[in-house]
Design a binder for this molecule. Sequence first.
Ligand code: FES
Length: 139
Amino acid sequence: MIMSNNGKHRVAVCSSAELAEGQRQLFDIDGVEIGLIRVEGKCHAFRNSCPHQGVPMIYGSVVGTMVPSRPQEYVYGHHNEIIRCPLHGWEFNLKTGKALFSPGVSLKIYQAEEEAGEIVLYVDREPLQVTRKQFFCAL
Ligand code: FES
């Protein structure tokens, strides 16, 4: 286990090839499920539990959203920067985890990097057990 400069623990969870563009992976790290997705080349990692009612966010859609605009105008923005909960549609910024409707509500986000052909997560504590989880994915 390697500690990064910011005090996080480095965990290589899979090869880069196992997280191709648009693919998802799900891991259990000491009982906490973490979803991984690659969007436009960038890896994003998030807790697999919606802060509303705990639905698995691994089934969330990666989308854009309507942004503030003048009356009678409809402006789309933030393309592929948002993950939307599959149950009630709460939307979260994939980089910050903040809910679009309130910065006081967040989906937990983890640092995820691609390093030398591996996908690496940086977590707060040194993990004792890391397992890959199966999930149904027709996305
Ligand atoms: S469970 Fe995610 S918005 Fe309700």
